[in-house]
Design a protein around this ligand. Structure first.
Ligand SMILES: *[C@@H]1O[C@H](CO)[C@@H](O)[C@H](O)[C@H]1NC(C)=O
Ligand SMILES: *[C@@H]1O[C@H](CO)[C@@H](O)[C@H](O)[C@H]1NC(C)=O
Ligand SMILES: *[C@@H]1O[C@H](CO)[C@@H](O)[C@H](O)[C@H]1NC(C)=O
Ligand SMILES: *[C@@H]1O[C@H](CO)[C@@H](O)[C@H](O)[C@H]1NC(C)=O
Length: 431
């Protein structure tokens, strides 16, 4: 028994040794064989990636979209989400659609500094492009080796900027949590229109059926563009901005990544982008609308890239009567009626008051929510007598007595057109 046991152990060992050598040999062989044809085959034969978010095989990197960017060095900039520690090496595979050439370059991985403690953050992948041809497609892979047919490939946007840009686009980063604040949404939309908006781009995670109907109306009007944003299918998304308040994978439903994608997506489509939430309206005080405001501000500051506006809280818990307005029919619509909220909290001296921004997207490299991290141009702090951000939400200073709050009827200046336009829209889709 002992003898036979030893014998079988020996046989098994020899078998394993032979097996391992064969596997090693075939691996080495496969690797060289695989690699050579790859260089001759077009990766344009891979899997076309059409979704807003595409997970790579490492499950640590998520690609939003690649954009051509020749403002400093000629490169493809890929807007992505990556784990700040785990993702150390990525390669850009460029394919040439006609001559079957493929160019592989190592990506510089730049996780944005504003991550607010979350493990995943907005990330730029800088992909150096081939010198003698213009790639149209790119794949991102953790290795310079692999099977091209298995890789998702992405069309590189912004290579041929099209058409003439509109003036004003609002970027709404992430509508989530079965959003159903219909009345405030319609009021904000109509205020944007009164002030001169051309388009509103909404990164949509989830909303109510009634809200779907409202979005459908504005899509048909040609004002709203929806970018599907199913971030929670890939990562645990926090509904708060800081990791300490909601320890998940990524902050605020990936808001910062959505904003950066909005910048590049609309870089040549819109002269200005407003980066604000649905409950915020950049409200000119000295000017009738956004166009005259920006003409004046840009004339005063020709080198400006970023205009920052003071955010002022109009608590939705503090009401002012609106009997003089013909809006009783609106009470059937779910959501906040901003016309009732024209009393704002005072600024707190020792507390940081975040601002919201209008940017020239062609001058922005990386943005955060309340500031631009990297731009080719100046930051301008727009004074309060020019404009403010009307922000109607839960109070920040809930314990202040009413006498300490400030009545500010700037919004009411627009009552006639706002009420007329909102009533018309509600009549068409809801009432
Ligand atoms: C990636 O995630 C998918 C879905 O959650 C899972 O099935 C797969 O095993 C993961 N792959 C790796 C390499 O972790
Ligand atoms: C009040 O508004 C409704 C539309 O919402 C309109 O039909 C009606 O004529 C208005 N009434 C007055 C007195 O303006
Ligand atoms: C409504 O707007 C008009 C100007 O369009 C203004 O004369 C009127 O005072 C406003 N109403 C209120 C209550 O502010
Ligand atoms: C909103 O109302 C104003 C004044 O009543 C009108 O001139 C304008 O055309 C309306 N805007 C829209 C988008 O309906």
């Amino acid at each position: 028994m002992t003898c036979c046991g030893t014998k079988s152990v020996l046989v098994v060992t020899v078998c394993i040794a032979i097996f391992v050598s064969i596997m090693t040999l075939s691996f080495l062989q496969k690797r060289t064989i695989d690699f050579v044809p790859v260089m001759k085959k077009s990766i344009c034969e891979g899997i076309p990636a059409d979704d807003t978010i595409t997970a790579l095989k490492d499950n640590r990197t998520f690609i939003i979209a690649p954009y051509y960017d020749n403002r400093k060095n000629k490169m493809t900039r890929v807007i992505a989400i990556a784990h700040h520690k785990d993702v150390k090496e990525l390669y850009c595979w460029f394919c040439h659609p006609s001559n079957d050439e493929i160019h592989i370059s190592k990506a510089e991985i730049d996780v944005h500094s504003d991550r607010f403690g979350f493990p995943y953050g907005a990330t730029d992948l800088h992909c150096p492009e081939p010198e003698d041809w213009e790639p149209r497609y790119v794949s991102i892979h953790w290795s310079p080796y692999g099977d091209t047919k298995q890789l998702p490939f992405f069309k590189i946007k912004n290579r041929e900027p099209e058409g003439s840009p509109v003036d004003f686009t609002v970027c709404i980063s992430t509508m989530f949590g079965e959003y159903n604040n219909v009345l405030q949404f319609v009021q904000s939309m109509e205020m944007y229109r009164i002030l001169g908006v051309d388009r509103v781009v909404i990164y949509k995670n989830s909303c109510s059926p009634l809200m779907e109907k409202v979005l459908g109306f504005y899509i048909a009007e040609g004002v709203v563009e929806i970018i599907p944003w199913p971030i929670d299918s890939y990562l645990k998304a926090a509904s708060r901005w800081h990791y300490s308040e909601d320890p998940k994978d990524i902050g605020y439903y990936g808001q910062i990544t959505a904003l950066n994608d909005c910048i590049y997506r609309n870089m040549y489509k819109s002269r200005y982008l407003m980066l604000n939430d649905m409950d915020e309206i950049i409200l000119p005080i000295k000017y009738a609308n956004w166009k005259t405001m920006m003409q004046n501000l840009q004339e005063q500051h020709p080198g400006a890239a970023v205009f920052l506006f003071e955010n002022h809280i109009f608590p939705k818990t503090v009401f002012t009567p609106t009997d003089m307005f013909n809006i009783s029919s609106w009470s059937a619509v779910p959501g906040v009626n901003i016309l009732s909220h024209i009393i704002r909290e005072p600024d707190r001296k020792n507390v940081f008051n975040p601002r919201k921004m209008i940017v020239d997207p062609r001058k922005v490299v990386q943005t955060s929510v309340h500031s631009v991290l990297h731009a080719y141009g100046d930051n301008i702090y727009v004074p309060m007598n020019d404009a403010l951000v009307y922000h109607c939400r839960v109070p920040l200073q809930a314990n202040l007595p009413r006498e300490s709050l400030i009545k500010d009827t700037t919004l009411w200046r627009h009552n006639v057109s706002l009420i007329g336009n909102v009533s018309k829209v509600l009549q068409q889709i809801i009432l």
